[in-house]
Design a binder for this molecule. Structure first.
Ligand SMILES: Nc1nc2c(ncn2[C@@H]2O[C@H](CO)[C@@H](O)[C@H]2O)c(=O)[nH]1
Length: 463
């Protein structure tokens, strides 16, 4: 979308900064729980039941369950959000989700100091993960709709913020470990960080409607937005927001129609909207293609985004977070935070950012899906690293540097191909079908994350 000449300036880039923080805030839940896997595992592995000669320890498969219960609600709410939006205004969805996320992070921080029996701790943590990610999905979907009303570069800024959430969590973890505080205090400090982060995110959202630049775009879109979405939903279910250009790149994960309406109050769900649609379409003199027709054009990209995330989530973090260093000593405490989480998140982010300059292979190229499929080699490569405990496979790559290099290539290619698939899809359809393409890609992205999370169980057991 081109900036209109009557558009005000984004003074001090405040709107950009707000959307960067909002992006970061949406992925805090997933990243802070994932990066703290060692803390959770330590709390779940305290008792051993001695059975005369053998020692029996309950295996919780924490990383697997954490991944699955984070990604399933994402898929569910990607679908649910397209119904929710009609009943609950965007402002309530966004602010409400942030408040619940904040409360759940506070609960997690408080639980650090509350001794609890392992089974109960596991259940409470899993319930927290399920709910915090459900709210996270609603938040993400609603914000993607909102940012879609602004010029394209704000979507990139939003996704860049999302990409940095993992790095933020990894650095918070490193600081907690390096602080030399006892493990309880360090964990408490670690979980207070996302509480502050969520509060700041809420502050950014409250500030947004007060900024002239944001007002300009968010209010102007109400008319088109309200009508276009209703029409689209009738035939397709979940659809990206009613903006004309659709999402050109990145990792939109759920749809949130009609979000533009929220800042001015909800204009209602029926009646005059249809008039807007027919008016808009009459003006353009063309109807939108059906979802099936759009899918036929973008199925290769849909497959690619699903496949990239299936491969990524099938081993990260369920397998990779169990890799152990070959250099015992002080480094041992930092190893997973650095070699697994920091390396992954930094390179994932770099991979996404690089697509601003490099777009190779092209969108029609057969090499593109071929390279995406070839990423599957990372699964055995990572399984052959020094994963502990292991039952079946030998260790081929015991050196920390080998693991770090494999992780770097794995995450770089993940970020790169996800971002390319997401930006190619809308380019393969007519501009009028851009938002349908964006919505479809969003669904397949969430599908890939969920399939990957499910596959992580058999793959971890196979090591
Ligand atoms: N956009 C988006 N990416 C996610 C989400 N959950 C996990 N990921 C991605 O999955 C990978 C592993 O954390 C990273 O590339 C994350 O950005 C989500 O809810 N939305």
């Amino acid at each position: 979308m081109k900036e209109r000449t009557d558009a005000p300036q984004d003074r001090g880039c405040l709107v950009g900064i707000c959307f960067f923080i909002l992006g970061l805030g949406t992925l805090l839940p997933w990243n802070f729980f994932m990066t703290a896997s060692l803390y959770f595992q330590a709390r779940l592995n305290t008792t051993e039941f001695s059975n005369s000669t053998t020692v029996v320890r309950t295996e919780y498969y924490f990383n697997n369950w954490m991944t699955l219960l984070s990604q399933l609600p994402l898929l569910l709410f990607t679908l649910l959000n397209s119904f929710l939006y009609q009943r609950i205004s965007g402002a309530v969805r966004i602010a409400g989700s942030l408040v619940f996320i904040l409360l759940l992070f506070i609960l997690t921080a408080v639980l650090v100091k509350v001794p609890m029996e392992e089974d109960r701790f596991f259940s409470v943590t899993m319930a927290t993960i399920w709910f915090i990610n459900s709210f996270g999905a609603v938040l993400q979907g609603s914000l993607f709709g909102l940012v879609g009303l602004l010029p394209q570069k704000y979507s990139t800024v939003f996704m860049s913020g999302q990409g940095l959430a993992g790095t933020f969590a990894a650095i918070a973890m490193l600081l907690a470990i390096a602080s030399n505080a006892d493990s309880e205090t360090a964990a408490l400090g670690y979980f207070i960080t996302p509480c502050v982060g969520t509060l700041v995110t809420l502050g950014s959202y409250v500030l947004l409607p007060r900024l002239e630049f944001a007002q300009h775009y968010l209010n102007k879109s109400v008319k088109y937005e309200a009508g276009a979405m209703d029409e689209l939903l009738k035939e397709s279910g979940p659809v990206e927001n009613g903006k004309l250009n659709g999402h050109a790149n990145g990792t939109a994960t759920s749809s949130s129609p009609k979000v533009g309406a929220e800042l001015e109050g909800d204009p209602g769900t029926d009646g005059p909207k249809h008039a807007f649609v027919s008016l808009e379409q009459e003006e353009k003199g063309q109807a939108k293609a059906s979802v099936k027709e759009v899918f036929k054009k973008i199925w290769v990209m849909a497959f690619c985004v699903t496949f990239v995330f299936t491969v990524t989530l099938s081993v990260f973090p369920a397998v990779t977070a169990d890799v152990r260093t070959s250099f015992p000593g002080k480094w041992e405490r930092f190893f997973i935070s650095v070699c697994c989480f920091l390396i992954f998140n930094l390179n994932d982010w770099i991979g996404r950012t690089v697509t601003t300059f490099i777009c190779w292979p092209g969108k029609e190229s057969r090499l593109f899906p071929l390279l995406v499929v070839s990423r599957v080699v990372f699964i055995p490569l990572l399984m052959l690293c020094n994963v502990q405990n292991r039952s079946f496979l030998p260790v081929f790559f015991s050196h920390d540097a080998a693991f770090a290099i494999i992780m770097a290539l794995f995450s770089l290619s993940s970020g790169y191909f996800v971002c390319l698939s997401m930006s190619y899809a809308p380019q393969l359809v007519d501009p009028k079908d851009g938002e349908t393409a964006g919505a479809l890609m969003t669904f397949f992205l969430a599908l890939g994350l969920s399939i990957g999370a499910s596959l992580s169980f058999p793959l971890r057991a196979l090591v």
